[in-house]
Design a protein around this ligand. Structure first.
Ligand SMILES: C[S@@+](CC[C@H](N)C(=O)[O-])C[C@H]1O[C@@H](n2cnc3c(N)ncnc32)[C@H](O)[C@@H]1O
Length: 302
């Protein structure tokens, strides 16, 4: 069936292509490295998700964009009636063999993107999991996507979703910080000042290069996913945003911590170990609002 372009949750071709090229990285993202520490921050997200499962025990879960299927397996091993969709052929095949090897029906995972949600019956799931998937949904589809997630959940049903933290950009001291100022702060600075533009240019230099004021660097990019555009969300306003669709937020937990701004990462001894300690102890700490690049929301349909 041809999907209308405004369907909520359609995976854009460049996203499918990216994950198709990098499928092994995603399928193995929960491995530990030689030091015994996780190689990917997704490990910490999965840990928080497992805690959610243990605390809430939903009867059924729709896991959209389930990648290598590990989180579907997490639910199945807890006797939860879990089903997943994954649009990337290689990841879909990996996920099916992963759960099949543990004795579960591979048909629980189908090759599809989140737009299949339109075909799901209203009030049919106890939980929907979107673990690092929403950042791949174009912003213009976000409202319709959240409306549909709400629709398919039973009353009291749970949404567990990972979002990118826009406030983290205030901590990076690079052009992402300048972008944050431009998008969220400079529209409230006094207008009509003929020097306003010059002041903004000075501020850019000062943010990025405080000891040598001068031309600001614009090379800093969100490099982790190449050129893919990935919307960010604000943990201070996500509760209001989700309430528009009838969700009550129960908990916001942070992960992908940076003990120092990323620019200092290479110069910081024990960076990985300190980060690991932060991940294991600070997911509920207020400092996650700017020291963590991602956050996991646990919400309920009211
Ligand atoms: C960062 S991976 C996370 C995988 C998995 N959720 C996990 O936590 O291990 C993002 C996944 O979302 C999938 N994805 C991207 N856009 C999607 C969409 N519109 N609908 C469903 N899945 C999508 C990708 O193919 C990829 O497997």
């Amino acid at each position: 069936m041809q999907k209308p372009s405004n369907s909520p949750g359609v995976a854009p071709p460049e996203v499918v292509e990216y994950y198709s090229k990098n499928w092994e990285k995603i399928a193995n993202c929960y491995d530990l490295g030689l030091t015994g520490l996780p190689i990917d921050p997704a490990w910490y997200r999965r840990r928080l998700y497992q805690q959610f499962l243990d605390e809430n025990c939903p009867g059924s879960i729709f896991d959209a964009g389930c990648g290598g299927g590990w989180t579907v397996l997490d639910a199945l091993t807890r006797n939860i009636d879990a089903h997943g969709v994954e649009p990337v052929t290689e990841l879909h095949a990996f996920a099916q063999s992963l759960i099949s090897a543990e004795g579960h029906d591979p048909k629980r995972i189908t090759r599809n993107d989140l737009s299949v949600i339109r075909e799901h019956k209203s009030s049919s799931w106890d939980c929907t999991a979107l673990l690092s998937v929403l950042p791949h949904i174009p912003t213009e589809q976000w409202d319709a996507t959240h409306e549909n997630i709400h629709r398919i959940l039973k009353p009291g049903g749970h949404l567990v979703a990972a979002y990118r933290n826009s406030l983290f950009d205030m901590y990076t001291f690079n052009s992402l910080t300048v972008d944050f100022f431009e998008e969220h702060l400079w529209d409230i600075t006094p207008t009509g000042d003929k020097n306003a533009h010059i002041n903004a240019e000075n501020l850019k230099s000062l943010i990025i290069n405080p000891s040598i004021p001068g031309r600001h660097f614009t090379a800093a990019e969100d490099k982790s996913f190449g050129k893919l555009r990935r919307p960010k969300s604000n943990p201070l306003t996500i509760t209001n945003y989700l309430s528009k669709f009838g969700f009550q937020v129960n908990r916001i937990r942070f992960y992908h911590f940076h003990c120092v701004p990323p620019l200092l990462k290479g110069k910081t001894p024990d960076f990985e170990e300190i980060n690991h300690k932060m991940e294991m102890s600070m997911s509920d700490d207020w400092r996650g609002h700017f020291m963590a690049a991602m956050f996991l929301v646990e919400a309920q349909k009211v």
